[in-house]
Design a protein around this ligand. Sequence first.
Ligand SMILES: [Zn+2]
Length: 136
Amino acid sequence: MITTTGYRTKLMTEKRAQSFCKCVSANSRFTAAEVCGQNGKFFVYYEPTNPKRREFLFQKAQADRIERAKSQKDQYDFNFIGHAWIVVKKKTQEQYEVSEYGCSCPDFQNRGKDLGIHCKHMKMTEDRKVTNAARK
Ligand SMILES: [Zn+2]
């Protein structure tokens, strides 16, 4: 199962992914190696055997999103619609809905939801709630 406590390679052919996976599986420093992907785009997912290293990666996954929320929030518009924030990326008009149940973006839907890691959009709107409350 893919979690954020592991690594993923960049995309490669299935053949290369299979052979990389074999190498990683033979290395005692790593565990849970698996080939993932489809349509000619494959990658290998694997985890460090050391639990401390896995915990570090988990913390890093959240810290990365907090960092992205800070550095990218000027690239978005925020509209509060009563029960949720509509977060719109100015450049592409891509939009996601952030509510108390989470965010509709792929990062949160595919990874964050199961792992308890908040995506950058959730982090951006968290800041906003604090700001709005402070104004009142
Ligand atoms: Zn999101």
